[in-house]
Design a protein around this ligand. Structure first.
Ligand code: MN
Ligand code: FE2
Length: 307
């Protein structure tokens, strides 16, 4: 016979970070991708040059496949957490998976209704992108099915939350958001990305909490985290450089044609990625020697959750 936590004296612990994220997600994570008005976006799209469209399409193809990958790959982590009987964390993770599904939906809506794109965009993904999304991410997540150990959870969370969400998605959205906001184009897409940024801040906040908890429970996990980051960083940097290799040529062509659309500065992009990444690593390092209870009660601000 198994005991159901919510009929015991334990009930639900609303004070721990994952439960606070759960309550936040119920308020902020309920936007509907179908409610976003893409009317002005379709007009803007029609006014863009071929090269401007090609740039936006490339960025969207990276986001689209990335959102699908994180939707498909999260389940083994939810199961591992569930097997440990961490009900509050599982409740939060239920919102996490549903949000990734909506992120997948919203980009496909944009491709269908604004870009009217029917072609296979897979070829837009370079070798580093593929190494992360076709190999590293699914392998580290699927490993949890037969090995839900703390070290395997840490490697999975570094891959998923720190690198894919923390370095790639967050930085991508930051650049995309600034670029679109600066020229007043694509208001629907801009609104969607505003929602995505908030959702992602909770996801990454949970990952930062999870890794902090694993480190505080077992100090050796800190080495596991560092090793995994060293393995993945070359690929993450590679994703940015292989993207800019193509983008810089396209952006030069846009500038040469006297078209004004957007500026995308590779250095600014990398600086932002590294700053965000470093601040999370600092939080993780400070988890060493902290009590698990302190980690449970970490503030939203400490793990970077947006309101
Ligand atoms: Mn997402
Ligand atoms: Fe996410």
């Amino acid at each position: 016979m198994r005991t159901m936590q919510t009929v015991t004296e334990k009930g639900l612990d609303h004070s721990i970070l994952p439960m606070r994220l759960y309550h936040k997600a119920k308020k902020l994570g309920i936007w509907d991708p179908r409610d976003i008005d893409f009317t002005k976006d379709a007009e803007d799209w029609a006014g863009f040059s071929d090269i401007q469209r090609a740039i936006l399409l490339r960025l969207c193809s990276l986001f689209q496949a990335g959102e699908e990958a994180v939707t498909r790959d999260l389940l083994p982590l939810i199961r591992a957490i569930s097997l440990e009987g961490r009900l509050e964390e599982e409740m939060y993770l239920a919102t996490f998976l549903w949000e990734e599904a909506k992120h997948t939906e919203v980009f496909r809506r944009f491709l269908d209704e604004v870009a009217c794109e029917k072609n296979d965009l897979t070829a837009m993904h370079g070798p580093n992108y593929r190494a992360i999304f076709d190999t590293q991410l699914p392998a580290s997540m699927e490993r949890l099915i037969h090995d839900p150990s703390p070290a395997a959870q840490a490697e999975a969370s570094v891959t998923y939350n720190m690198v894919v969400e923390g370095v790639l998605a967050e930085t991508g959205y930051y650049a995309f958001y600034n670029m679109l906001q600066a020229n007043g184009k694509m208001p629907g897409l801009l609104r969607a990305i505003g929602y995505l940024k908030k959702d992602e801040s909770r996801h990454i906040g949970y990952g930062t909490y999870l890794l902090s908890r694993l480190i505080s429970e077992q100090d050796e996990i800190w080495q596991v985290v560092q090793r995994r980051i060293q393995q993945l960083m070359p690929y993450a940097v590679g994703v940015v450089s292989e993207l800019f290799e193509v983008l810089n040529q396209q952006l030069d062509a846009v500038a040469a044609a006297g078209e004004e659309l957007f500026e995308l500065d590779q250095q600014d992009f990398m600086n932002y990625a590294m700053k965000q990444f470093q601040s999370r690593m600092n939080v993780l390092e400070r988890a060493r020697g902290k009590s698990v209870d302190e980690i449970y009660h970490v503030s939203e601000a400490t793990v970077g959750v947006l309101d």
